[in-house]
Design a protein around this ligand. Sequence first.
Ligand code: C5P
Length: 240
Amino acid sequence: MTANELIYAGKAKKLFTTDTPDVLWVEYLDQATALNGLKKDTVIGKGQLNNQITSRVFDYLTAKGIKHHFIKQESATEQTIQRLSIIPLEVVVRNVVAGSFAKRFGLEEGAKLAQPIVEFYYKKDELDDPFINDAHVLFLDVATETEIAELKAQALEINQVLIELFNQLGIQLVDFKLEFGRNQAGEIVLGDEISPDTCRLWDKETGDHLDKDVYRREIGGIVSVYEEVLRRLEQLEGEK
Ligand code: C5P
């Protein structure tokens, strides 16, 4: 299988058609962005790190019976996925106070939440992806009431599996963002990527940030911390 026609060029990925109508080709780029694209840099090696990390995380989800769009890692920077019609929502799950949640409620980062919190953001670059509630999701007609319940249930189930995975890597899963889409059968399926670009990952021993906050906050280099996450995933794989 090979990439055919470019159908989408995003901030960190390009999407291509393939000879199979239902299968798309993804290329991960050496591009880092933050602040909705206002901050942008070329980071050599980032594309292959995110592709390899995401591929391993999705393989882990497969082993745990979670449905998703990932098919196969095709090369260092490329993978194939099942075509989905993406729901324009960012589904964020939080286990620990951090980021925009800390800011919104005037809290210090670091307190563990008594139970995970699921949030929705409307994916619209020109509006800076606003925080929205269930009624807004219905108003915007992006998901039905049943689908909202399904999105929350899947997000929480994925959270449990990811907490367990990262725990084995000595990493606390603070929060993360998921995107879902509908497949040909109309089922809601997990899409996009799961990587240090989309998750907050704190080293359990040192509290070090092993995620994109090192870039957003300019407190370190992306490549070395993403390499550390990949190294721990590979080590876990080797132990099995
Ligand atoms: O910034 P905020 O605290 O709302 O981010 C919550 C989580 O969602 C973080 O793990 C962040 O990396 C992720 N996120 C993302 N893409 C966005 C916004 C947030 O991956 N556009």
